[in-house]
Write a protein that binds this ligand. Structure first.
Ligand SMILES: C[S@@+](CC[C@H](N)C(=O)[O-])C[C@H]1O[C@@H](n2cnc3c(N)ncnc32)[C@H](O)[C@@H]1O
Length: 238
C-alpha cells in the first residue's frame, strides 16, 4: 500500500465516527439538500459506481429516489464504508432491491485513481466530496471515464469557492476557523479538519473543473452552483 493511500484511509478512518454528525450539524443539513439535488440531476441507471462512497449518504439518496438499481461504492477508508453499510441495514427503504435477497450496495476497498473494474462496467458514475482528496484529479477523472459505459453520465458534487465577497468572507471564516476548531473538539483529531480546510481552498472549481472533465474525455460538461457557489454539481457524458 502506498503512503498516500494509507494517509487518506487512516485520516477518514479516524474521523468516520463523527463524520455524519459534523457534516449535517455544521452545514445545518444543507449537505442533504445538495445530495438530493445531485440525485435529481442523475438519469435513472441500472448499476451506478459511487466513487469515494464514504458513509453512503449519496448512495442512500439515489436508491431512495430510484435512480439506481444497484450501487458499487469504492473508498480508501474501511471505517467510513463500515458505517455506511451499517446505515444501509437500518434504512430498510434504501436497502431493498427488485431481486429478493440481493444486496443493492457492494462496498469495495479501492483507490479512485486505479480502479479494479473493466472498461464500461457502469451505467452511471457519481462522486460527492471525494475529488478534492485525490492526489491526482486527472487520474481519478480518467478512471471514471474508463469504467463508464458510452452514453452514461458522471455526476460530481464538490465544494467550490463563492464569487460574492461577503459570502467568501463567511466561507473563509468557516473553513479556516470554525470547521477546524469544531472538528478538533468533536472528533478529537488535531489535524484532520485542518487538512480538509486546505484541500477545499486549494481545489479547482467551475470552468476550471470542466476543463479537467473534458481533458479526461467527457463531453457536454456543465455545472450548476448551489447555495451562493459554496458547492457545485458537475455533469458530463461519455
Ligand atoms: C468527504 S468524504 C465524502 C464521502 C461521501 N461521498 C459523502 O458524500 O459524504 C471523502 C471520502 O473520499 C474517500 N477518498 C479519498 N481519496 C480517495 C481515493 N483516492 N480513492 C477512493 N476514496 C477516496 C475518503 O476515504 C472519504 O471517505
Amino acid at each position: 500500500m502506498t503512503d498516500e493511500k494509507q494517509h487518506i484511509g487512516s485520516l477518514f478512518d479516524r474521523i468516520a465516527p463523527t463524520y455524519d454528525g459534523l457534516n449535517h450539524g455544521l452545514s445545518l443539513n444543507i449537505d442533504r439538500l445538495w445530495r438530493r439535488k445531485t440525485v435529481a440531476l442523475m438519469p435513472p441507471a441500472e448499476h451506478v459506481l459511487d466513487v469515494a462512497i464514504g458513509t453512503a449518504d449519496l448512495t442512500i439518496a439515489m436508491l431512495r429516489a430510484g435512480k439506481a438499481q444497484r450501487v458499487t461504492g469504492i473508498d480508501l477508508s474501511r471505517e467510513m464504508m463500515r458505517i455506511g453499510e451499517e446505515k444501509l441495514t437500518h434504512k430498510q427503504s434504501a436497502a431493498q432491491t427488485s431481486t429478493p435477497g440481493a444486496k443493492p450496495v457492494n462496498f469495495v476497498y479501492a483507490n479512485a485513481q486505479s480502479m479494479p473494474f473493466d472498461d464500461a462496467s457502469f451505467d452511471g458514475v457519481t462522486c460527492a466530496f471525494g475529488c478534492r482528496n485525490f492526489s491526482d484529479l486527472d487520474a481519478g477523472l480518467r478512471e471514471m471515464y474508463r469504467v463508464l459505459r458510452p452514453g452514461g453520465q458522471v455526476t460530481i458534487l464538490e465544494f467550490s469557492y463563492p464569487s460574492n465577497k461577503l459570502i467568501r468572507w463567511g466561507y473563509d471564516l468557516y473553513f479556516s476557523h470554525v470547521l477546524p476548531l469544531v472538528g478538533r473538539l468533536v472528533s478529537h483529531d488535531k489535524t484532520a479538519y485542518t487538512y480538509l480546510n486546505k484541500s477545499v481552498k486549494s481545489f479547482c472549481w467551475g470552468e476550471d473543473f470542466l476543463r479537467h472533465l473534458t481533458q479526461a474525455g467527457f463531453q457536454d460538461a456543465r455545472f450548476e452552483t448551489l447555495t451562493f457557489g459554496i458547492a457545485t454539481i458537475y455533469i458530463a457524458k461519455k
